[in-house]
Design a protein around this ligand. Structure first.
Ligand code: HEC
Ligand code: HEC
Length: 404
């Protein structure tokens, strides 16, 4: 494929070659790109402007590109390309059940420690050949950790739209003190520098670019302009000889292209149903989903505000989430997050649910009904109300969920 090979030759860091290939790819696409059909997972937002469509394609080639140790992969890493984890049902999606990331955190006196001095919460399970040749193995769970567990990769579809929802919209539905007394107290978590954090399963990144940067660092082991120092192995610095690439191994342009790819991935469209029994069951299921209280957290829609890219501006986003943190119960043995206690999770957006084969942050549940049964904490009332519905009504809710 033209797009991919031109970027492959350019490498991760050779900026000029990348820009040249950008021009080449944009030119190639305007000629040959078939019209983008709306709603197919993995494609760009259909109305994306031409310049950004070129950036999307370049970013996608980087996303799928296998990185090597000569380019800066590792020395510690989890996978050698983004799409190794984000590939279900297609590139840009979530992970299949077998691909999970191991994390460890320390939660003491109500405070979360991401164990940065011991190598961070992300435990890297692979090493480069060069690192292994010097006798080093992967990271282990630091003894200082109070908990460890697995996290699966969520789908990245529609993340630019999520980014463009103004804080004010989220704050207006947050209810940290539960003033309305409904047992549900969503709150908007904050990063260390006080920005709101709506990305990550525990709300720990403020923007798409911040998350992409941390994925480059912790999943692939690249150094970046903001973090030019190589991560240690469980916090112990690695010798220069095992990591010969000059730092930072990623430049700002590469980070920008990858971020734009993620930002411009289109939102998943719900299943299209012609009038008939299936459509009736889905629409009744949606009414019941609201009546039992699922929409208290899984808000059917939010609106974007202003955004540089017109395709992201003033859009209705049908994500089925409030993007807030909630106590989900079952907190025993769970990881904590930057501003999240064990047991607290961001409401999982339900759009694109029909493409998922496993559910919840750790992918431990394969059955949709069981995913609902695992709701506890603030969601207990909704779960109980769902389970007292007639079996037929419950089936309609499940049918509705499978149409998303
Ligand atoms: C080893 C598997 C793995 C690889 C490789 C990987 N990711 Fe992820 N990704 C994850 C996991 C797991 C999460 C969820 C982490 C969390 O929320 O705690 C995630 C979450 C994300 C999110 C946030 C999604 C959201 O809904 O908030 C973005 C953006 C992202 N990844 C982008 C990337 C990019 C870009 C790359 C390549 C540089 C990449 N990922 C490589 C596993 C991976
Ligand atoms: C108090 C807020 C809250 C309420 C009410 C709630 N949920 Fe959830 N839901 C969550 C959170 C938080 C998660 C993510 C949990 C995790 O990541 O492990 C979630 C996850 C899910 C998932 C799994 C999605 C995935 O991709 O893994 C499904 C399905 C789901 N909810 C359906 C429902 C249904 C149906 C109802 C009503 C019976 C409901 N939820 C009520 C907060 C809520």
């Amino acid at each position: 494929m033209k797009t991919e090979s031109s970027v492959s030759r350019a490498g991760w860091t050779n900026q000029r070659a990348l820009l040249l290939s950008a021009i080449f790819v944009v030119a190639a696409c305007t000629e040959s790109d078939a019209p983008v059909s709306a709603g197919l997972p993995g494609q760009a937002i259909p109305t994306l402007s031409d310049g950004n469509r070129g950036r999307f394609l370049l970013g996608r080639a980087l996303f799928e590109r296998i990185a090597t140790q000569e380019e800066g992969l590792g020395p510690l890493y989890n996978q050698d390309r983004c799409s190794s984890c984000h590939d279900s049902p297609t590139v840009g999606g979530g992970s299949s059940a077998s691909v999970r990331v191991l994390k460890a955190t320390r939660f003491v006196d109500g405070r979360c420690d991401l164990l940065e001095e011991f190598g961070g919460d992300n435990i890297q399970l692979r090493v480069t050949e060069l690192f292994a040749a010097h006798g080093f193995g992967p990271e282990g769970i630091p003894p200082e950790a109070t908990d460890s567990g697995y996290v699966t990769a969520p789908s990245l579809f529609g993340l630019g739209l999520i980014e463009a929802i103004p804080d004010s919209a989220l704050l207006s539905i947050a209810d940290p003190e539960d003033r309305d007394g409904d047992g549900i107290s969503g709150r908007l978590p904050r990063t260390a520098d006080g920005r709101s954090a709506r990305f990550g399963r525990k709300g720990d990144a403020a923007s798409v670019e911040d998350f992409v940067e941390s994925a480059l660092r912790f999943e692939l082991g690249f150094t970046t302009p903001r973090h030019p120092e190589e991560e240690g192995r469980n916090g112990v610095p690695v010798p220069q000889v095992v990591d010969p690439m000059p730092d930072p191994e990623i430049d700002a342009e590469t980070l920008g292209l990858l971020s734009d790819y993620v930002r411009f991935l289109g939102a998943p469209a719900p299943e299209h149903l012609a009038d008939g029994p299936a459509a009736d069951s889905v629409s009744q299921g949606e009414v019941l989903f609201d009546q039992v209280g699922c929409t208290r957290c899984h808000r059917p829609e939010l609106r974007t505000g202003n955004a540089e890219e017109p395709a992201l501006r003033n859009q209705v986003v049908r994500l089925y989430s409030d993007l807030l943190l909630h106590d989900f119960g079952n907190s025993e043995g769970d990881l904590c997050g930057l501003d999240a206690a064990p047991g607290e999770f961001r409401t999982a957006p339900l759009w694109g649910l029909r493409y998922r084969e496993h559910f919840l942050h750790d992918g431990s549940v394969m059955d949709l009904g069981e995913a609902i049964d695992r709701h506890s904490g603030e969601a207990i009332l909704a779960r109980v109300r769902f389970r007292v519905l007639s079996l037929q009504a419950q089936a309609m809710v499940l049918r509705f969920l499978r149409s998303l």
